[in-house]
Design a protein around this ligand. Structure first.
Ligand SMILES: Cc1ncc(COP(=O)(O)O)c(C=O)c1O
Length: 302
């Protein structure tokens, strides 16, 4: 691997910032974009633009195919069992809100408990806090040890008979600690607890295998993966995505709309209401291919 060659893929490093070469150390917040991603957005708007999934003209069918190709690439990247387990959202924040909101509507009861950790980003705390308010559920916190880690023992200690959901980060954006998701999931599932993972930092750094991790939900932020802003991915096990209610209502997520009844579309449309971030999704395919060409083992600096 040649770092200089990888750097050349990013046009922003040709820029001088206040007459200096750019040194960018904020990728955990949002990564810079390689030329292939920038060019793909330009090419789509210049030569291929159409909304997806709604029309039958040439451009619409072609754009829909491109959009769905990215879904297949994400499925490959995270080794999900089924392409329809991949839902596009506007970010990891929306993905986590979708999970908390729909589980709150259909699954949680007053008095239930959710276990998160002291390491969580606001995006994996505030959506659960909404349920604390609206459904009177309790949030418990697994505590970090002196190395900034959350151990399996600490998770086990904080589980109670009322714990219904464990929602944890995969790789901490604060300490860099990696949580033992597979072991947490094994433990949780033995007690019928759902596992939600904030994979914002995991997805750009760790080899992901949803079938091996076996978690129920995994949230991804595309702008931290050399991809466009305004885009996230929610992986959800098919049984949950089928069982839970839609998150937002609108065009694209319905099957039949009558004055007295509405039925919802199949997966993943049920969770993709309205015009989606089409250009971003299509360009994200290039981000995944870029990451695959660099090799995920070369991205893991932990
Ligand atoms: C650990 C973690 N979770 C969630 C988020 C929110 O992601 P997004 O910007 O895609 O909504 C971030 C981004 O800062 C993050 O680092």
């Amino acid at each position: 691997m040649n770092i200089d060659n990888i750097k050349k893929e990013f046009p922003i490093f040709d820029e001088k910032i206040q007459n200096n070469d750019l040194v960018y150390l904020d990728s955990a917040n949002s990564s810079q974009k390689p030329k292939v991603v920038i060019d793909r957005i330009n090419e789509f708007y210049t030569k291929q633009f159409s909304n997806v999934g709604r029309s039958v003209h040439y451009l619409a069918v072609a754009a829909t195919n491109l959009y769905e190709n990215t879904r297949t690439s994400v499925q490959r990247y995270i080794n999900a069992n089924d392409k329809n387990e991949i839902v596009f959202t506007k970010g990891a924040t929306e993905a986590l809100n979708l999970v908390a909101n729909t589980l709150g509507q259909n699954y949680l009861q007053e008095g239930d408990e959710i276990l998160i950790t002291e390491l969580e980003h606001h995006s994996n705390y505030v959506p659960w806090h909404f349920l604390r308010k609206s459904k009177n559920i309790k949030i418990n916190f697994a505590e970090i040890n002196e190395f900034g880690e959350i151990t399996l023992d600490e998770i086990e200690k904080k589980i109670t008979p009322k714990t219904k959901i464990i929602s944890v980060t995969h790789l901490s954006n604060v300490t860099g600690a990696i949580l033992p998701i597979k072991e947490i999931t094994e433990l949780a599932h033995s007690k019928d607890i759902i596992v939600v993972v904030d994979g914002c930092q995991g997805a750009p750094h760790l080899k992901l295998d949803m079938q091996d991790l076996d978690c129920d939900f995994y949230a991804i932020s595309c702008h931290k993966m050399y991809g466009p802003t305004g885009l996230g991915v929610l992986y959800g096990k098919k049984k949950w995505l089928e069982e839970l209610p839609p998150y937002q209502g609108g065009g694209g997520m319905i099957n039949e709309v009558k004055k007295d009844r509405i039925s919802y579309g199949d997966l993943p449309n049920k969770y993709e209401a309205g015009t989606m971030a089409t250009a971003q999704v299509i360009a994200f395919d290039q981000s995944i291919k870029f990451l695959e060409s660099v090799g995920i083992d070369n991205c893991d600096e932990t």
